[in-house]
Design a protein around this ligand. Structure first.
Ligand code: ADP
Length: 350
C-alpha cells in the first residue's frame, strides 16, 4: 500500500474494530448473547465495508487537507519571495515537496559555506597584504626618522641609510607592481601578446642571465637540450619568460647549496609540450600543495619573506599560464626536491 494512504487505512481500521466491539458489547448487555449478530453477519459485514470505505475517504481527505495547508505555509515561510510552486505540485506528492525542501536547504548550505570560505580568504588576504607591506614600510620609516633627527653626520653612513630606505621603497613598489599585475589578470584587463617562439632559445637566454645568481648559491644549472634544436611554441614570450624566471628564482631560494636546478622540455601531448623546472631543494609537504599558488601563501609561516620575493611569484605563474588556457603542475617531496611544470601549445609547422 502507498505510504500516503497508510495512516488513513490504519485509523479507519481502528475505528471499525472499536465500532464492532461496542456493537457486540451493547448486544450482549441487552440480549445476553451475540448469536443474532452472527446470523446477520453478511449484512453487518456489508455495512462494515461501506462504513470502512466512508471513514477511510473522510480521514484521507482530512489528512490531505491538513498537509496541504501546512506545507503551503511552510513553503511561504521558507522560500524567498518570487518562487512560485504550483498548487498541482503541492497536491501531487508530499514526498516531492520534502525533496524540494531538502534540495533547497542543501543548496543554501553550500552557498553559505562558499560565502564563509570567501570571507575567510578575504580576511586572510588582507592580513597577509598588511604583513607584507609592513616590513619594508617600517624599514623606510626607521631610516628616514633617524636621518631627520640629524644625529648622523658621517657622509658614508648617511648614504648607507638612504640606500637602505631606497631598497625598502623598491621592495614596496615591487609588491604593488606584482599585485597590480595579478589584479589585471583577474579582471581580464591584461591581454596576451601571443607569438611563435623557440622555447629552447628562451630558456638558454634566461639561464645565461641567472648564471651568476646560481653560482652564488653554488647551484648547478642543467638543461638537457641543445641550443640548436629548437622547439617552437605559441605564447606571450615576455610573460612566459617571467614564468620561467619566477620558477628559477624559487628553485635557488628554496634550493640547497651545491644543489641542482634542471630544466627540461618534453612532449605532453600531440599538441602540447611540458616545460619543467626541477630542483633538489628543501621540498614541500603534500598538504601545502593545493594552496601553494594562492597570493602570499607561504610554507613556513614564521620565517620572514626571503629577500626579493613578493610572495606573489607562484600566483603570477598561475595567472599567466591560465591566461594562456594552459595548465601548471607541482610535485614535491619534503627534503628531496620540487618540480614545477607547465604546458604550452606547440606551434604548427614547428
Ligand atoms: P615567495 O617565494 O616570495 O614566498 P612564491 O609565490 O614564489 O612566494 O612561493 C610561495 C611559497 O611556495 C614559498 O614561500 C615557498 O614556501 C614555496 N616554494 C615555492 N617554490 C619552491 C621550491 N622550488 N621549493 C620549495 N618551496 C617552494
Amino acid at each position: 500500500m502507498k505510504k500516503r494512504y497508510y495512516a488513513a487505512f490504519q485509523l479507519s481500521f481502528i475505528v471499525l474494530i472499536t465500532f464492532l466491539t461496542v456493537l457486540g458489547g451493547i448486544f450482549y448487555f441487552y440480549q445476553g448473547t451475540i448469536d443474532p449478530l452472527i446470523e446477520a453477519s453478511h449484512i453487518i459485514l456489508l455495512g462494515l465495508a461501506i462504513t470502512f470505505i466512508f471513514i477511510f475517504f473522510l480521514i484521507q481527505w482530512r489528512i490531505d487537507n491538513f498537509i496541504y495547508t501546512k506545507v503551503r505555509e511552510l513553503y511561504q515561510d521558507l522560500l524567498p519571495t518570487g518562487i512560485v510552486i504550483s498548487e498541482e505540485s503541492l497536491e501531487k506528492d508530499v514526498l516531492s515537496i520534502t525533496e524540494n525542501l531538502q534540495k533547497f536547504a542543501k543548496e543554501n548550505k553550500l552557498e553559505i559555506q562558499l560565502l564563509k570560505d570567501k570571507e575567510n580568504y578575504r580576511r586572510e588576504f588582507i592580513g597577509n597584504l598588511a604583513h607584507e607591506l609592513k616590513t619594508p614600510l617600517f624599514t623606510v620609516q626607521g631610516y628616514i626618522l633617524t636621518l631627520l633627527e640629524g644625529g648622523v653626520k658621517d657622509k658614508e653612513t648617511l648614504k648607507r641609510y638612504l640606500k637602505k630606505a631606497a631598497n625598502g621603497v623598491d621592495r614596496l613598489s615591487f609588491i604593488i607592481n606584482d599585485l597590480d599585475l595579478i589584479t589585471q589578470f583577474e579582471t581580464g584587463i591584461t591581454t596576451l601578446n601571443v607569438e611563435r617562439f623557440d622555447i629552447v632559445a628562451l630558456i638558454h637566454e634566461i639561464f645565461e642571465l641567472f648564471e651568476i645568481q646560481a653560482a652564488k648559491k653554488e647551484i648547478k644549472l642543467i638543461c638537457d637540450f641543445k641550443k640548436d634544436q629548437p622547439i617552437w611554441v605559441n605564447g606571450d614570450k615576455k610573460r612566459i619568460s617571467q614564468v620561467i624566471t619566477n620558477l628559477l628564482v624559487n628553485s635557488f631560494k628554496y634550493g640547497v647549496e651545491n644543489g641542482t636546478t634542471e630544466m627540461e622540455v618534453s612532449e605532453y601531448s600531440e599538441t602540447k609540450v611540458l616545460v619543467r623546472v626541477t630542483d633538489n631543494g628543501k621540498g614541500i609537504e603534500d598538504y601545502h600543495l593545493p594552496r601553494l599558488f594562492e597570493r602570499f601563501y607561504r610554507v613556513e609561516k614564521t620565517r620572514n619573506r626571503n629577500e626579493g620575493g613578493s610572495g606573489l611569484g607562484l600566483a603570477i605563474v598561475k595567472h599567466i599560464i591560465e591566461a594562456h588556457n594552459e595548465k601548471v603542475f607541482v610535485e614535491s617531496t619534503l627534503n628531496v626536491g620540487s618540480e614545477f611544470s607547465f604546458t604550452l601549445p606547440k606551434s604548427k609547422g614547428g
